[in-house]
Design a protein. Structure first.
Length: 153
């Protein structure tokens, strides 16, 4: 399965916020969103990726984009990860049912965790751009997101 393609409506999905509230397709409406799918909280590449993106949050906001980290980790693990890194990027859990949202977006690895992927979704909940790293160990640079945002501005 491949990552959801540009031009398609974002699939129906349900993720969980740190506070336990559902985050669904409807939450995408009216804003530009980047879903940052990452394999595991506290893994080295994921730590580098979210730390780097967090340093650039103001630049993403200037382009009108809100980033969310998405993994199959439980909300408790994501919260500890966010606090340990001192990042502001909100985390969304695909823990229960595990991987269902990742599967809907075409990024579920056969091992039961998200592939490292980025999905840019417009205010109309249509996918504008998507990217899947060649392997979970490859870190996609922030420039990919900036280029996509600039292309669809």
């Amino acid at each position: 399965m491949a990552v959801v393609e540009a031009g398609r409506p974002a699939p129906e999905f349900s993720l969980q916020t740190a506070g336990g509230e559902p985050f669904t397709r409807e939450a995408l409406l009216g804003r530009t969103t980047v879903l940052v799918f990452y394999p595991f909280a506290f893994s080295p590449v994921c730590t580098d990726q979210l730390s780097t993106y967090n340093e650039l949050l103001a630049d993403f906001a200037e382009r009108g984009a809100t980033l969310y980290g998405v993994s199959c980790d439980a909300t408790y693990s994501q919260t500890a990860f966010k606090e340990a890194l001192n990042i502001e990027i909100e985390q969304l859990s695909d823990f229960e049912p595990k991987g269902a949202a990742c599967e809907a977006f075409g990024v579920l690895h056969p091992g039961g965790f998200p592939q490292r992927a980025l999905v840019l979704i417009g205010p109309d909940a249509v996918v504008r751009w998507s990217y899947q790293a060649p392997s979970p160990g490859d870190l996609p640079g922030a420039n990919l997101i900036f280029d996509a945002l600039d292309a669809y501005a």
